[in-house]
Unconditional design. Structure first.
Length: 482
């Protein structure tokens, strides 16, 4: 296609493709609520369409105030410690009801209902969004999922004297990170500086300290992007990356919040980093996944990543995706082999795989002892029980999640005191509440189990009762409170 290099034409070309070929709707910039930093009408429309029972139950309580109540709890959740990514993936509570914010594709075979919910997601592109309550500055492009802004983009055109470097400068000097739409982890997850030739990205705006990473395909052995005879060199951004299924996959299964905690001079330091895949990581992980799906196990691959290009994250993303990979017949490709390898290497200390918020997956303690073996047998029975009763397909690797929950519960001083002072029946009340908190704390580490636990009361009861006895008996055996 002929390329029009005017900036607004560049913006319009991106919008046109997303509206006509990528499954997006055109957003209304005047519908953006500057105070809440969301598109409220979009979100309410999504909730009514996908969760009518929840809407009706809340409407009985709040009548004409239902929308305001839901939106207030939504913004509180987005502004909370967990942040936007956790809310988008797991929803939030509103007067005891769990409200889902998005529906992502499961790892295998969608049934008609899950397909309907997935297709009900509302992706939108909105141009020239005035985002502040203090001034009339606007952002070129905002991408939203069900009314929640998830990405921004500043677009520049070299033929009018500006390029992506100017966009980066604009983000650093003219986009206040304290504005709600730009607040780290609380609204938008990534920001793109784009011109017809190159793309840069960042997940955290912090003024002049903002760090941008290249989001390019590479050009032979060099940087940048190859010529595109069909249009702009950077067309892959909106034609591939932002395409509906790709974008939902990135938001649902790639982006993660990395949390690092360390103690310096007796003071705990917590560092949070939003990890968004770079283009070469997306290509590598998806290509390997597709090949493994088609050919099965036993293949050898060589992936070239330069220093500092994110090898560890690529490995972690690939491991998680292969662990749940199904072939065209909806059969697990990697079942026993991969899980055993991960468990074996983790317990040996040979590898450090990142899970969820970049938390290392810890192998069982006291490996090889009779007590450890008995404990793992109990967790294996739990996996078998819930798979049989609820039709799930949790595996040996998922035992690690329950192992960590159990060990954390056993180490909790409040639970130790409660177990020491109470009968099992009385301890149950304290334990169930504490267990829910532990699940929420670890929600990023096993989203499938977390979602099942929060949304299915029977599943929650089975898991709680199974872990209850193990935790209670272990604490009593160890002598109770420390």
């Amino acid at each position: 296609m002929p390329v029009d290099h005017r900036e607004r034409a560049f913006e319009a070309a991106i919008e046109h493709h997303l509206l006509t070929s990528a499954g997006y709707a055109k957003g209304d910039p005047t519908a953006f609520d500057r105070e809440q930093a969301i598109f409220p009408t979009e979100f309410i429309t999504f909730v009514k369409a996908t969760q009518p029972e929840v809407w009706q139950a809340l409407e009985k309580l709040h009548g004409t105030e239902t929308e305001a109540v839901i939106l207030d709890d939504l913004t509180k959740a987005l502004d909370g410690q967990a942040g936007a990514l956790a809310v988008i993936r797991h929803g939030f509570k509103c007067f005891g009801k769990l409200i889902r914010v998005a529906y992502f594709a499961p790892a295998h075979g969608m049934n008609p209902e899950s397909r309907r919910l997935y297709e009900a997601n509302r992706l939108s592109i909105t141009r020239q969004v005035h985002y502040s309550t203090k001034h009339e500055n606007s952002i070129d492009v905002v991408l939203a999922l069900n009314g929640i802004p998830v990405a921004t983009a500043e677009l520049k055109n070299p033929l009018t004297g500006q390029n992506a470097e100017h966009a980066k400068h604009q983000y650093k000097t003219d986009r206040d990170p304290r504005e709600r739409i730009f607040e780290f982890k609380r609204r938008t997850l990534v920001h793109f500086a784009v011109d017809p030739d190159v793309v840069w990205m960042t997940t955290k705006l912090e003024g002049s300290k903002t760090v941008f990473l290249p989001f390019n395909k590479g050009n032979g052995s060099g940087a940048g992007n190859p010529d595109n005879p069909a249009g702009y060199k950077t067309a892959y951004l909106w034609e591939e990356v932002w395409q509906r299924d790709s974008w939902l996959d990135i938001l649902g299964r790639f982006v993660h919040l990395q949390v690092e905690e360390r103690t310096i001079d007796g003071k705990k330091i917590r560092k949070e980093t939003m990890i968004f895949p770079r283009y070469h990581q997306l290509v590598a992980v998806r290509a390997l996944e597709a090949d493994a799906k088609a050919k099965g196990v036993g293949q050898n691959y060589l992936i070239q990543h330069s220093a500092g290009s994110g090898k560890s994250n690529s490995i972690a993303w690939l491991a998680h995706r292969l662990a749940s990979l199904h072939n065209a017949q909806d059969e697990k490709v990697f079942d026993v082999a991969l899980k055993f390898y991960r468990l074996q290497k983790i317990s040996e200390g040979s590898i450090r795989l990142d899970q969820g918020e970049n938390v290392p997956v810890e192998g069982p303690t006291a490996v090889g002892t009779r007590k450890a073996r008995d404990d793992e047998v109990e967790l294996s029975r739990l996996i078998d029980l819930i798979n049989e009763r609820f039709g799930t397909d949790f595996t040996q690797a998922d035992e690690l999640f329950f192992h960590q929950l159990r060990e954390e519960a056993i180490a909790d001083e409040n639970l130790r005191q409660a177990a020491t002072a109470n009968t099992l029946d009385n301890f149950r009340y304290v334990f169930v509440k504490a267990l829910e908190g532990l699940f929420i704390d670890r929600m990023e580490q096993n989203e499938e189990i977390f979602a099942k636990y929060m949304n299915d009361a029977d599943f929650r009861k089975v898991v709680s009762e199974h872990l209850l006895k193990q935790v209670y008996e272990q604490i009593r055996e160890e002598g109770g409170a420390a």
